[in-house]
Design a binder for this molecule. Structure first.
Ligand code: TXA
Ligand code: MG
Length: 289
């Protein structure tokens, strides 16, 4: 079933149920090497599944419930399906802030594994109708919790090594994390710190995406930021006031709305690499890959 979270909609199933998890991989056509995030109601439940440490404690205290996913070692005899970890010995875990997700997780008591509720490689859904577009007919239930407030996936941070490293930039910025503990960004980290899911092209509309547009033609759709360029065949604005938080919330819905074969490409105006802009640019770069 699809569930709302504050970031994007997830395709959720009981994380201990191997055949349900296999179903998630199948419906999404997701490569089996790409592990899933487990969602829980509280930190006590998280500690049943992963080996907790001081850094996890401090980050959880600062950012949970919320869009931060911690990667930690699985406990011995962890009841979570090995498919969720893609056969590895770590588990990614977070407490979502969305009230509907919270209610569901509290009532369920255990972990719900939930990747974004899109077909693999495509744009993540931020409304229930987007989930229908992606997976309608293939899944039994979509819980409509309204439009996702944040609109961009959680930040994934690896806490299994000596220095915490960001595996996927997300709505919690590196600057925010650094106010709690020092963390490494993705650009200057060593090998082995990559999230398996970050290897492929992702978040891809079906038409071409052209980045850092400084002009636009009438056979293109424009994804604007701030004052729009003129001359586009169609235009949606991430944020007329150049607000990055607003832009994150609009990003996937706007990409989806502009993705129409009548346009030669989606031309995207430059978005600054600051704060959540880093994660927005990460998704845009993947959309253009
Ligand atoms: O905001 C979010 O994180 C959303 C909502 C539904 O919670 N979920 C989401 O899931 O974006 P998904 O499957 O689309 O992305 C999960 C990311 C992938 O990049 C995956 O490779 C990484 O987390 N990941 C999951 N488990 C991991 C692990 N054990 N080690 C390293 N990376 C992991
Ligand atoms: Mg995804």
């Amino acid at each position: 079933m699809a569930i709302p979270t504050e970031t994007v909609y997830g395709l959720g199933a009981d994380a201990t149920n191997g055949s349900a998890i296999a179903g998630i991989y199948k419906v999404k056509a997701r490569p089996q090497f790409n592990p899933l995030i487990v969602h829980v109601a509280n930190a006590a439940t998280a500690r049943r599944y992963v080996v907790w440490n001081d850094k996890a404690e401090r980050l959880a205290a600062a950012f949970w419930p919320g869009p931060l996913t911690l990667v930690l070692p699985r406990v011995a005899d962890c009841p979570i399906s090995e498919l969720v970890s893609a056969g590895g010995d770590t588990l990614a875990i977070r407490i979502p802030a969305h009230p509907v997700a919270q209610q569901l997780l509290r009532a369920f008591g255990g972990g719900i594994a939930a990747p974004s509720a899109n077909r693999s490689g495509r744009v993540s859904p931020t409304t229930a109708p987007h989930v229908e577009e992606e997976l309608g007919g293939a899944i039994p239930l979509v819980i409509d919790g309204g439009a996702c407030e944040v609109g961009l996936e959680s930040t994934v941070i690896d806490l299994t090594g000596d220095v915490p490293g960001i595996l996927r930039p997300g709505s919690i910025t590196q600057e925010q994390l650094n106010t709690v503990i020092p963390v490494q960004g993705r650009d200057n980290n060593g090998e082995g710190l990559k999230s398996p899911g970050m290897l492929e092209s992702h978040y891809a509309p079906s038409i071409k995406v052209r980045l850092n547009a400084t002009d636009v033609t009438n056979d293109e759709a424009l994804l604007a930021f701030g004052t729009p360029l003129s001359g586009a065949g169609a235009m949606l604005n991430l944020s007329p006031t150049s607000d990055l938080i607003e832009s994150a919330a609009n990003l996937f819905a706007h990409l989806r709305a502009l993705d129409h074969p009548r346009w030669r490409a989606i031309a995207v105006m430059p978005v600054p690499y600051e704060g959540i802009g880093t994660a927005i640019n990460d998704r845009l770069t993947r959309a253009a890959a």
